[in-house]
Design a protein around this ligand. Structure first.
Ligand SMILES: [Fe+2]
Ligand SMILES: [Fe+2]
Length: 183
């Protein structure tokens, strides 16, 4: 297709403006999962930082917490159903994958505690900061070891296939939350 790239609205979708006709065409492209995860990490941290910056008692805190939990859960499940099992299958990276999985388990314990803690409770914000710091450490581990090893050991075609599945899993997880709200 001949056209001009006008907008990149998501990791896996670009909009191309046709040269002759004045319309946009959505084109699906394949991104490597390692690229997708690296791009998403700072976005997730920004979401947590915005929540930390909200004032005590603010109504937005409730919505912000919910959004943060959904985004983190979708990201974590996306990794658990794609890149972690792929690395678990390789002798060289089995321990790295198991450690990342274990960090997700601990992460979920802190997330669950934060969810049941009252938004105006004095411990709510310090607990959120601890959660943020733990997530930052976990992301660093993923970027330094998990993703670097995946880039080194997995063929590009597999990384792109995993990227598609990562997108699919995240969308499915987010849809489940929306269905829960409507039901
Ligand atoms: Fe992770
Ligand atoms: Fe991650």
């Amino acid at each position: 297709m001949q056209g001009i790239l006008v907008r990149n609205s998501s990791l896996s979708m670009i909009y191309v403006k046709n040269i002759n006709k004045k319309h946009f065409t959505r084109v699906r492209i394949s991104m490597k999962i390692t690229y997708q995860i690296r791009k998403e990490h700072p976005e997730l941290l920004d979401g947590i930082d915005r929540l930390i910056a909200m004032k005590k008692g603010e109504e937005k805190r409730h919505q912000g917490l919910r959004e943060m939990m959904i985004n983190l859960d979708a990201h974590a499940k996306g990794e658990e159903q794609t890149i972690f099992p792929a690395l678990l299958d390789l002798d060289k990276t089995k321990t790295i994958a198991l450690r990342a999985w274990e960090e997700h388990r601990v992460l979920r314990i802190i997330m669950a505690e934060e969810t049941v803690t009252g938004l105006n409770d004095d411990i709510w914000l310090p607990r959120l900061v601890v959660l943020r710091n733990f997530i930052k450490m976990h992301m660093q581990h993923e970027e330094d070891e998990v993703l670097n090893k995946a880039d080194e050991l997995l063929p590009e075609s597999s990384l792109k296939e995993l990227g598609k599945k990562f997108d699919f899993v995240k969308k499915t997880v987010k849809k489940t939350y929306i269905t829960q709200i409507i039901a």
